[in-house]
Design a binder for this molecule. Structure first.
Ligand code: PLP
Length: 396
């Protein structure tokens, strides 16, 4: 078997595309003006920022003035949640609703606010990794300031009933924010049609560079500044604009949101073949609903092995994969996402996430399906847990 090089970890980050890089380069070389300067070099930079803002707005069905550039998805989440909390606390609204399996950019922000005297309700998720809109509805109170529910989960890829949740929030007059960092470019998003009040996205998940994000804020919603200083971003988010990154994001989001259906028609069958192939191994299970998931995502628990060892061995075969989110792999704590769908600690430890795009070919899928059984067999043969499982002994 000839060794291949396969990147199957696009949920962690993506490669900057050639088109993005090409669009960015002049902004390092010749078009380096500060967008606040009044001479042509500055005005050109301002023009290019606004062109990128229009592209982002178009890609998600928003108006350009509702788009704010930030430094990353985490900043967008922080701003949406802390900003709304601060603003509505003035009206006595100090309750926030989120889910147990959000990204830490949301969960840790909510925990911070709890320490500041806010109350947070964490709605549960089902064993399929789905949130029940009724749970959100039942959690809403007179003093609820914000509902923040992720569009698609970063580990198990499950897509949430965003429109139903947005409709409930609208009816109850509660602001609805969604962390769509994993969803943009993989599902069609139209914030107006879907009733989304605020949305976070991140450039590095859609082939732009790391360190650029967006917060969409529906007009009429007032957020206090997260960063104080100059008048950039309509006086809302100070700091000299990262022009190359903003321009790159404009190109990236335009490409990512074009032909989503065609892209998914290529990716989904390959992803399904991977799921079916890996599930042939005994003592494996797919985490998250099979259909209501991102087209390129699969997350499978493989009993009797450690996720980290699996990743290291896959790396030797040239396969980049993940065992949880990029932030939690490297830590020995089992993923809060996998625990939230009811997995036991020892099973959550042995999970594999692959997140593929069109560049993972059918031949690559064949290769992965050849490698994984070998690696799993090897790891299980060395695993005391697996030995006990096979003898029917308790291994806790
Ligand atoms: N939200 C989700 C769902 C994510 O997957 C990530 C990154 O993995 C983030 C937020 C944070 O985005 P960034 O890395 O741009 O801060």
């Amino acid at each position: 078997m000839e060794k291949r090089s396969i990147y199957a970890d696009n949920a962690a980050t993506t490669a900057v595309s050639e088109a993005v890089l090409e669009a960015m380069l002049p902004h390092f070389r010749t078009a380096y003006g500060n967008a606040s300067s009044i001479y042509k070099l500055g005005r050109d930079a301002q023009r290019d920022i606004e062109a990128a803002r229009e592209k982002v707005a178009k890609a998600i069905g928003a108006e350009p003035r509702e788009i704010f550039f930030t430094s990353c998805g985490s900043e967008s989440d922080n701003w949406a949640i802390k900003g709304t909390a601060e603003q509505l606390a003035k009206k006595g609204k100090k309750h926030i609703i989120t889910s147990v399996f959000e990204h830490h950019a949301v969960l840790h922000t909510c925990e911070y606010l709890e320490k500041k005297g806010f109350e947070v309700t964490y709605v549960p998720v089902s064993d399929k990794g789905l949130i029940d809109p009724e749970d959100v509805k039942n959690a809403i109170r007179d003093d609820t300031a914000l509902v923040t529910i992720m569009y698609a989960n970063n580990e198990i890829g499950t897509i949430q009933p965003i429109e139903e949740i947005a409709a409930i929030c609208k009816e109850k007059k509660v602001i609805f924010h969604t962390d769509a960092v994993q969803a943009v470019g993989h599902v069609d998003i139209d914030v107006k049609k879907q009733g989304i009040d605020m949305l976070s996205l991140s450039g590095h998940k859609i082939h732009a560079q790391k360190g650029i994000g967006v917060l969409y804020v529906r007009k009429g919603i007032i957020l206090p500044n997260l960063i104080h200083g100059g008048a950039q971003e309509r006086n809302k988010r100070a700091g000299t604009e990262n022009v190359p990154a903003i321009v790159g994001l404009g190109v990236a989001i335009e490409a990512a949101t074009k032909n989503i259906a065609e892209k998914n028609a290529v990716i989904t069958p390959r992803r399904n073949r991977l799921i079916d192939g890996i599930l042939q191994l005994p003592y494996t299970r797919l985490n998250g609903d099979r259909d209501k998931r991102l087209p390129g995502n699969l997350n499978i628990s493989i009993e009797g092995i450690e996720g980290e060892s699996l990743l290291l061995m896959l790396d030797q075969y040239g396969i980049c994969a993940s065992s949880g989110s990029a932030c939690t792999s490297g830590s020995l704590d089992p993923s809060h996402v996998l625990l939230s769908i009811g997995l036991k600690h020892e099973i959550a430890h042995g999970s594999l996430r692959l997140s593929i795009e069109e560049d993972v070919t059918d031949e690559d899928v064949d290769y992965i399906l050849e490698v994984i059984p070998k690696v799993v067999e090897r790891l299980r043969s060395m695993s005391p847990v697996w030995e006990k499982m096979m003898k029917g002994e308790s291994y806790n």
